[in-house]
Design a protein around this ligand. Sequence first.
Ligand SMILES: C[S@@+](CC[C@H](N)C(=O)[O-])C[C@H]1O[C@@H](n2cnc3c(N)ncnc32)[C@H](O)[C@@H]1O
Length: 286
Amino acid sequence: MNINEVINYAKSKNLDTIEALLILELILKTRKELLIANIKKSLTKKEKKLFFDQIDKIEKGTPIHYILQKKEFMGIEFSLNKHVLIPRFDTECLAEEALIQIQQNGFKKILDLCCGSGCIGLSIAYYIRKKVILSDISTKALQIVEKNTKKLKLEKFVEIIHSNLLKCIKGKLDIIITNPPYLNKEELEIKNKIKKEPTKALLGFGKDGLNISRKILSQAKEKLNPNGLIIIESAPWQIKSLKDFAIKKGFSHLKTIYDLEKRARALILGQRDDTSIRDCTFNKDK
Ligand SMILES: C[S@@+](CC[C@H](N)C(=O)[O-])C[C@H]1O[C@@H](n2cnc3c(N)ncnc32)[C@H](O)[C@@H]1O
């Protein structure tokens, strides 16, 4: 079978051409542009077997990015393995907003909490060359953060801390950016494909999946500087109850962030007495 034929085979299994090419890139160690230029080139028996094995895994529910062991986020390629969540495009809006807030407010103490692969915190360090703390409860995830830090040559800007939420984070912070686990048990079970990602990265506990998020907000109130901010992601349907809880805890709701599909995806919360930030930079919630 030649390259064109195996691509057609992958398409018959519901992959698109680009996905088939990315798998071929991995197996043949050749850039996809060259594969296209040599579309009639035959695969060896071994290469063909490797290709079919990967397609089989995808058919059985393994997300393609675990096979490729990489995913782009904020224009940067992040290494992955099965111990971390695959970075989502939806989360890019948090990183973008964090970049704006850090620069506008001159923030210095920056934390990516529940960092997984490190996609949020490392993107921030990459683009603004400021020190960022990244923390997670999973030591296996932190190994990936270390790998990505080295790959991006960000060692000078990164501090990695193993911590259960904010427990081991010392000192006060200017900004916390967090995409915590926020699915409830039923959602976790329904999303069959997602089941392939680590439960620890997805299950937020509680009937509404917000137990971890509520814990974060409770702990963050004490950890933030007076003009500090927290940017926290949730599912669109959770935004209202998360916002209500935050206000009850004494945060002021400064802005709701919308993702590319225009769904409410995250909140920016500040300290109640901080009117200066609210006045100059934030839209009121819609
Ligand atoms: C939804 S994933 C987000 C990963 C990454 N920030 C992203 O956006 O791709 C949530 C992460 O929270 C971590 N986590 C779960 N419980 C935690 C806890 N109690 N303390 C710290 N991190 C926790 C998981 O290990 C996982 O890496």
